[in-house]
Design a protein around this ligand. Structure first.
Ligand code: GLP
Length: 249
């Protein structure tokens, strides 16, 4: 649907004196980005046509085009040939900041939800034991979840957490990182490996896509302040819904 949530031009705080004003296209892009992050514009909503945006802001269509290009680059909108511009249904995960699924989903103005597939203490698998530096036979808190945003399944995550960081996995009802934070145990750094995969039948079914659909497989090892590995998580993300974004300086 066409959104009537047209931003008040330059609704952000006015630049303080002496501060250099951002170029017009950056400010227009910023306005729309804020609307999308606040949820005033939802995934799939149409943006007004270029001509209309130019009118609202009293700028040229060239400026509007630059603003839209910027939003496309940030993964916030997508332009469909001959049809218009829409708020993107893809989510972003910054690769340079240690965010949680809950934070990534909320950053898009969406509501996260989890269906627990497993939430129990178990013996670390050889892979988990190597990742966490545990001896064979040691236990971990294991949490496997189908993770959704606004009811759309987006990822399957299996986290193994060392027992002293999370002695009771059943206390995790929403965000694992919130629980770890409240215990002063949120990972402060992580190493991730991201690979392309074809989703197998089970994962595809859970994620509500045809078997063999493209996915992204991520392994994250999260470290505590003492540089000890405390989290070993394997995630399958839907390839059609995520952009992993890296900032380069
Ligand atoms: C991301 C990471 C996981 C991490 C999770 C925590 O999805 N890939 O390694 O365990 O966030 O998310 P939350 O705090 O929402 O449970």
């Amino acid at each position: 649907m066409m959104s009537d949530a047209v931003p008040t031009p330059f609704s952000g705080p006015p630049p303080t004196s002496g501060e250099e004003e951002a170029p017009l296209y950056v400010r227009i892009a910023g306005d729309y980005a804020e609307r999308i992050r606040e949820g005033a514009l939802s995934p799939g909503d149409a943006l007004p046509p270029e001509r209309k945006i130019a009118e609202i802001y009293g700028v040229s269509r060239v400026t509007v085009r630059r603003a839209l290009e910027q939003l496309v680059l940030e993964g916030l909108i997508e332009q469909r040939q001959g049809s218009g511009t829409y708020v993107s249904q893809r989510l972003q995960q910054p690769l340079s900041v240690l965010t949680s699924f809950t934070e990534d989903v909320r950053a898009r103005g969406m509501t996260p939800n989890s269906q627990f597939l497993d939430r129990a203490i178990g013996i670390a698998t050889p892979e988990e034991a190597i990742g966490l530096g545990l001896k064979p036979g040691q236990g971990v808190s294991r949490i496997a979840r189908l993770r959704s945003a606004d009811g759309i399944p987006l990822a399957i995550e299996t986290a193994a957490v060392v027992l002293d960081a999370l002695p009771d996995p059943t206390v995790v009802t929403d965000s694992l990182y919130d629980v770890l934070s409240s215990r002063g145990m949120r990972p402060v750094r992580a190493i991730q490996r991201l690979s392309a995969v074809a989703l197998d039948k089970r994962n595809a079914e859970l994620l509500d896509v045809p078997p063999g659909s493209p996915g992204l497989y991520m392994v994250r090892v999260g470290y505590d302040a003492g540089d000890r590995p405390i989290e070993y998580t394997r995630s399958f993300y839907r390839g059609d819904r995520w952009d992993f974004i890296t900032e380069l300086a």
